[in-house]
Write a protein that binds this ligand. Structure first.
Ligand code: PGA
Length: 249
C-alpha cells in the first residue's frame, strides 16, 4: 500500500512572516492526519524558520530546487548539503517552470537528482507534456524521455514522480481523472521497466490546478497517489482540505 503524498509547492510566494502566519494555522489543522505524508516546499528564504516551526509536527519540509555541486564558486546557487542543513527532507527537481524559464535539461535534472540523493534527500521529480505535445500525440514519448534520462543511474529509494501536464499548471484547467490515470499508469509501467516490482511502492502524484473541488476524484484513481499543489496550497484552509481529501470509490 502506498501512503498518499500531498505536497505544497509555493513557488516564489510568501515572505518569512507570511510563512509563519500560514504555519500557525496549518500545523494544528493537520495534526490529526497520520495516513498522508504532508509536505511543504516554501521558498529558500523561509526554509530554516519553517523547519523550526514544524519540528514537532507531522509536516515534512522540501525545497523547490537544488544545484548539483557541493560548494564553490556558483553565485546564487544552493547545494544539497545546505538544504539538509536547513531541515529539508525532500527537494523538487525538474519542475516545468525550471525547465522552461531556466533552461533545465534532462541531463541537468539527472545531475541534480544524483547530488541530492547522495546527501540523503528524497526527490519529487516532475515530468509532463506541453499542450502542443499533447495535441501532437507526444505525451507518452515526452514522458518516456524525461523518465529515462532523468532517472539514469538513480535508485528508487525515496523517489516520488510528479506528473504535471504543463497545460494544467496555474491555468485552472485540471486534467480529468481519466487523463491523469492514463498517464500515471504509463509512468508506473515505465518505472516497472527501470525498477521491477519496486515500481508498485513508488508514489506517482498529480500536479496542475489541483483544488479542494477536484482532489477527491483525482485521488480516487488507482495510480494517483497524491498531489503537488501550487496556487491552492497558498491558503491554509484550502490546502488543509486537500490534505484531508475524501475517499470516493
Ligand atoms: P498549480 O501548480 O497547482 O498552481 O497549477 C502546480 C505546480 O506547478 O506544481
Amino acid at each position: 500500500m502506498r501512503k498518499p503524498f500531498i505536497a505544497a509547492n509555493w513557488k516564489m510566494n510568501k515572505t518569512v512572516g507570511e510563512t509563519m502566519g500560514f504555519l500557525s494555522e496549518f500545523v494544528p489543522a493537520v495534526r490529526d492526519v497520520s495516513d498522508v505524508e504532508v509536505v511543504l516546499a516554501p521558498p529558500f528564504t523561509s526554509l530554516a524558520a519553517a523547519a523550526e516551526k514544524i519540528k514537532d509536527s507531522n509536516i515534512i519540509l522540501s525545497a523547490q530546487n537544488v544545484f548539483y555541486e557541493e560548494k564553490g564558486a556558483y553565485t546564487g546557487e544552493i547545494s544539497p548539503l545546505m538544504l539538509v542543513d536547513a531541515g529539508c527532507k525532500f527537494v523538487i527537481v525538474g519542475h516545468s517552470e525550471r525547465r522552461q524559464y531556466f533552461g533545465e535539461t534532462d541531463e541537468i535534472v539527472n545531475r541534480k537528482i544524483k547530488a541530492a540523493k547522495k546527501n540523503g534527500l528524497g526527490i519529487i521529480m516532475c515530468v509532463g507534456e506541453s499542450l502542443e505535445e499533447r495535441e501532437g500525440q507526444k505525451t507518452f514519448s515526452v514522458i518516456q524521455r524525461e523518465l529515462e534520462k532523468g532517472l539514469d543511474g538513480i535508485d528508487p529509494l525515496d523517489l516520488v514522480i510528479a506528473y504535471e501536464p504543463i497545460w494544467a499548471i496555474g491555468t485552472g484547467k485540471t486534467a480529468t481523472p481519466e487523463q491523469a490515470q492514463e498517464v500515471h499508469a504509463y509512468i508506473r509501467e515505465r518505472l516497472r521497466i527501470l525498477y521491477g516490482n519496486r515500481a508498485d511502492e513508488l508514489c506517482i502524484i498529480y500536479g496542475g490546478s489541483v483544488t479542494p473541488d477536484n482532489v477527491d476524484l483525482l485521488m480516487a484513481c488507482e495510480d494517483v497517489d497524491g498531489a503537488l499543489v501550487g496556487g491552492a496550497s497558498l491558503k491554509g484552509e484550502s490546502f488543509t482540505r486537500i490534505v484531508k481529501f475524501r475517499k470516493v470509490q
